[in-house]
Design a protein around this ligand. Structure first.
Ligand code: SF4
Length: 228
């Protein structure tokens, strides 16, 4: 690359190669800048079964937060798994997009989570990330353990970047996980639809879905306690 110089056309600044200056048309420079500024940053859209937990998950945990009030209804224990490929611009937990962020999930941590959720004041488990459905090995291990210990007396919420419809075309492990949870908050975080007044969601395209009612009805049924 040759020496770069800065030029300003109608108030827009750009850098161009000095050697090409003779051929630089200011109108073209302006158009190029306009095209660049109009480019919409958007999350990725995988094909069905393109991303599989068996290929991607490293079994890592970004964080565990016992007894919080923000990740769903009631007092909850939240497990943040590591790794997500959706790459939503404005992601609330960008570091957890890496599959090897944090620490490996362990039997000791699972024992701790199961014991914490056993407290009478704790309503249930929340799975977030990262992407729980790209870490089904970890999530299913914990879900199965909770169901064995507590049956349906504790509820299980999960966030996902997949939409409900996308999950229906996904791999067996994702469908198994879906069949075992109570509430799904679905869809990518879309910055242009960001709304901080929504319950438990960051953008208005996301839905809080009653999973068991939806599977029974064969269509999306929203959570009955939805206010906004
Ligand atoms: S799906 Fe969630 S964790 Fe993944 S990039 Fe989007 S906001 Fe971040």
């Amino acid at each position: 690359m040759g020496e770069q110089i800065r030029i300003t056309v109608h108030g827009d600044t750009d850098f161009v190669d000095k050697s090409s200056l003779a051929q630089t048309d200011p109108a073209k420079v302006k158009k190029r800048r306009e095209r660049k500024s109009k480019r919409v940053r958007a999350p990725k859209n995988p094909r069905p079964q393109e991303w599989l937990a068996k290929d991607l998950s490293q079994g890592y945990i970004a964080d565990y937060k016992p007894f919080n009030f923000v990740d769903g209804e009631g007092v909850r224990c939240s497990l943040y798994v590591s790794g997500c490929l959706f790459a939503c611009p404005g992601c609330y937990n960008k570091v957890a997009q890496q599959f090897k962020y944090g620490q490996p999930y362990s039997k000791e941590l699972e024992d701790q989570i199961v014991a914490d959720i056993g407290q009478s004041f704790c309503q249930g488990l929340t799975l977030l990330g990262g992407e729980p459905f790209l870490n089904t090995q970890v999530c299913l291990s914990l879900i199965d353990r909770l169901r064995k210990e507590y049956g349906s007396s504790k509820d299980i919420w999960s966030w996902t970047g997949y939409t409900w419809d996308e999950l229906q075309k996904e791999s067996a492990d994702k469908l198994e996980m879906l069949s075992k949870i109570d509430i799904l908050v679905d869809g990518r975080f879309l910055e242009p639809l960001k709304d901080l007044t929504l319950q438990f969601r960051g953008s208005s395209n996301q839905r809080i879905i009653d999973v068991q009612a939806s599977l029974k009805a064969g269509k999306v049924v929203l959570w009955k306690n939805l206010v906004r």
